[in-house]
Design a protein around this ligand. Sequence first.
Ligand SMILES: *Cc1c(COP(=O)(O)O)cnc(C)c1O
Length: 452
Amino acid sequence: MTAIDTVAAPVGGPTLPQERRLVTEIPGPRSQELLARKAAAVAAGVGHTAPIEAVAAGGGVVVDADGNSLIDLGSGIAVTTVGNAHPRVVEAVTAQVAQFTHTCFMVSPYESYVAVAEALNRVTPGDHEKKSALFNSGAEAVENAIKIARKFTKKQAVVAFDHGYHGRTNLTMALTAKSMPYKSGFGPFASEVYRAPMSYPFRDGGLSGADAARKAISVIEKQVGAENLAAVIIEPIQGEGGFIVPADGFLEHLLRWCRSNDVVFIADEIQTGFGRTGAMFASELFGIVPDLITTAKGIAAGLPLAAVTGRADIMDAAHAGGLGGTYGGNPIACAAALAAIEVFESEDLPSRAREIETLLTGRLRDLQASDPRIGDIRGRGAMIAVEFVVPSTGDPDGTLTSAIAKACIAQGVIVLTCGTYGNVIRFLPPLSISDDLLHEGLDVIAAALAAH
Ligand SMILES: *Cc1c(COP(=O)(O)O)cnc(C)c1O
């Protein structure tokens, strides 16, 4: 065992000093020590973005073991949307831990699980009769949505889209588009999964939503056949694939085709859900009401929870005992989710996301005006991305993108990259971040761009 003398970690949450503060190089000595232990003890396949040892977080910052305070533009991948260690979440979780930690909902049901299902049925798009089931992770929710759709339609095939991301389990790897790093060497993959072209306005020649949908539907009809197709699964705004916002009408046309062909339309809102895009759910931005919605990430402020919510007739298709799991809808995660959902509504966080959109896109467009390497700025709410290109050709510039991201982290700003071509920097700040920190984060990005 390695002995490390410990300093008392600061208490997290919104009372942490809201500042970028670098007292060592990143990584500092304590962080380096942890990363050495990580390299020796943790499987190499589990990577990391920021080379720090996190010890506290809240508002818009993450504090490391060396005393550095980094601006958080990632929210642990769109999870701590209400803010890290939000006081209401801390209070609810602490109370629940002291009461009971687990009974297994399938053994001895408890109220908070039912209350989360009721809340999800209420806040998701559409006023039709809905039901929900709770799980542990996004991938597990996606797996279950597919199970339910297959059982309901008595069909097997599933269509996912170019650039789509749905998780790292076997079925969800099959649904995910990108080989490296998500799939390479991990096959064989689940069968009866097919891929259709996505509407990608920046790279598909600006096809209209209707034309892009016609193209996708033609591929589906020719290569799969509606009579074999159980479900179409799509992220209304793609996350890992590069924050790709489909052209208006694309999702609507697809949904209409699904409705007239007895195909379940599943919106994977795991990254876009819970206020992230300026609406409670991104589907609302496109005026669509999906049959099923998968949620996770922002749902419970960091506690592991995921859900499938949707049309009661579809959700009830699976027989008793066919859905569930030991931990799904764990009472501590449910307590966190109920607190988080209350915060989304009482603090009107979707409108805060829209303010963040205005600030981020304004600053980024200013940068773009004098920097042709910024090919595209897109996204909604607090889910905004920049796609970097080689100006002469428009080709993706993944090298520049990773250099910029690395430089930002070294300067105390946590940013994440994404995109099929690795040439997108995405901004997913917690909605609790201040405008000052957002501006400072963008100053750092501007300086990194100027230096590269
Ligand atoms: C993150 C993500 C998943 C997988 O969620 P996990 O909790 O990591 O299993 C699935 N779909 C989308 C759109 C995601 O962003």
